[in-house]
Design a protein around this ligand. Structure first.
Ligand code: PEP
Length: 263
C-alpha cells in the first residue's frame, strides 16, 4: 500500500526562531508513522537550520521553489543543484507562483525537469481558477498543465512525480471556497486518466496525487478518504501544530482502517 503523503507548505511565513519552535512542537505531537510520510516545506532561509533540527525518520523536507538552471549568473536565485543534499521534494507550479510571479507552463516544465535532473521529487501543483471552472475549462487547464510540465520526463520519472490538485478557488489565499470531495474525485480521476493515456496504466497507478485547498483538521478526513487521493498539501493549517498533527493523525487512522479492512 502507498504511504499517505502530508505536506506542510509554510509559504513566506516564520522566522528561523519561529520555525524552530514549530518543529519542536511537531516533534512532540507527531509520532513516527510508517504508513504516513510527513514533509515540511519551509522558506529557503529556514531550510538549512531546520534540516539539522528534524528527526529524518519523522519528517522530510521540501523546498517551495528553485531556479531551473544549475548554476551561473542568475543574481538572487537558488538552484535545484544547491538544494540536492537538503531536500527530497520541491513544490513546483504552485498557483501563487503562477499568478504572482508569472510562471508560465514552460517555466514550470523547466523547473520540473531541473528538479528531476537533480534527484529531487517535484510536487507539481495543478488547478483551475474560479473563472476557468465557471467557463467549464477545468479539464483543458489540467490537461495543458500536466502535458507541458511532464514533457521532458521518461515514464519511469513520471511514476515518481507527485501531482497536487489544487483548485485555485479553494486555496485559502484565493478565497478558500470549500470544495466538494465528489468534485475533487472527478478531477483526480481525470489526472490519472491523462497519465494513463500518456505513460500507461502502471505509471498512472504509481503516481501520487494529492489534494490541496484549505485542508484543515475538520476537512482532512473527507478529502483523504477520496478514492485515488494519496495525501494532502496543507497551507495555512500547517502553521498550527495542533491542526497539522491532527491531519497527520487522521491520515494514520484512515491507513490503519484500510489495512485492517484488507486483512
Ligand atoms: C496551498 O497554498 O498549497 C494550500 C493548500 O493552502 P491552504 O491550505 O491555505 O488553502
Amino acid at each position: 500500500m502507498k504511504k499517505t503523503l502530508i505536506v506542510a507548505n509554510w509559504k513566506m511565513n516564520l522566522s528561523t526562531h519561529e520555525a524552530s519552535v514549530l518543529v519542536h512542537r511537531l516533534h512532540q505531537t507527531i509520532p513516527t508513522h510508517r504508513s504516513v510520510e510527513v514533509v515540511l516545506a519551509p522558506n529557503l532561509l529556514v531550510l538549512q537550520p531546520i534540516s539539522v533540527e528534524i528527526d529524518r525518520h519523522k519528517f522530510g523536507l521540501a523546498a517551495q521553489n528553485a531556479y531551473h538552471r544549475d548554476s551561473g549568473a542568475f543574481t538572487g536565485e537558488v538552484s535545484y543543484t544547491m538544494l540536492q543534499d537538503l531536500v527530497h521534494y520541491c513544490i513546483v507550479g504552485h498557483s501563487e507562483r503562477r499568478i504572482y510571479f508569472n510562471e508560465t507552463l514552460e517555466v514550470v516544465r523547466d523547473k520540473v525537469a531541473a528538479s528531476v535532473r537533480n534527484g529531487i521529487t517535484p510536487i507539481l501543483c495543478v488547478g483551475e481558477t474560479k473563472q476557468e471552472r465557471t467557463e467549464n475549462q477545468t479539464k483543458q487547464v489540467i490537461h495543458d498543465q500536466i502535458v507541458t510540465a511532464l514533457f521532458r520526463l521518461t515514464s519511469e520519472e513520471v511514476s515518481e512525480v507527485v501531482i497536487a490538485y489544487e483548485p485555485v478557488w479553494a486555496i485559502s489565499t484565493f478565497g478558500g471556497e470549500v470544495a466538494k470531495p465528489h468534485d475533487i474525485k472527478l478531477v483526480i480521476d481525470y489526472i490519472r486518466k491523462q497519465i494513463a493515456d500518456l505513460y500507461g496504466q502502471r505509471v498512472s497507478e504509481e503516481v501520487r496525487v494529492l489534494y490541496g485547498g484549505s485542508v484543515d483538521d475538520q476537512s482532512a478526513q473527507a478529502y483523504l478518504s477520496i478514492d485515488g487521493c494519496d495525501g494532502a498539501l496543507v497551507g495555512s493549517a500547517s502553521l498550527n501544530y495542533q491542526k497539522f498533527a491532527n491531519i497527520v493523525d487522521t491520515a494514520y487512522r484512515l491507513q490503519h482502517e484500510e489495512s485492517e479492512h484488507h486483512g
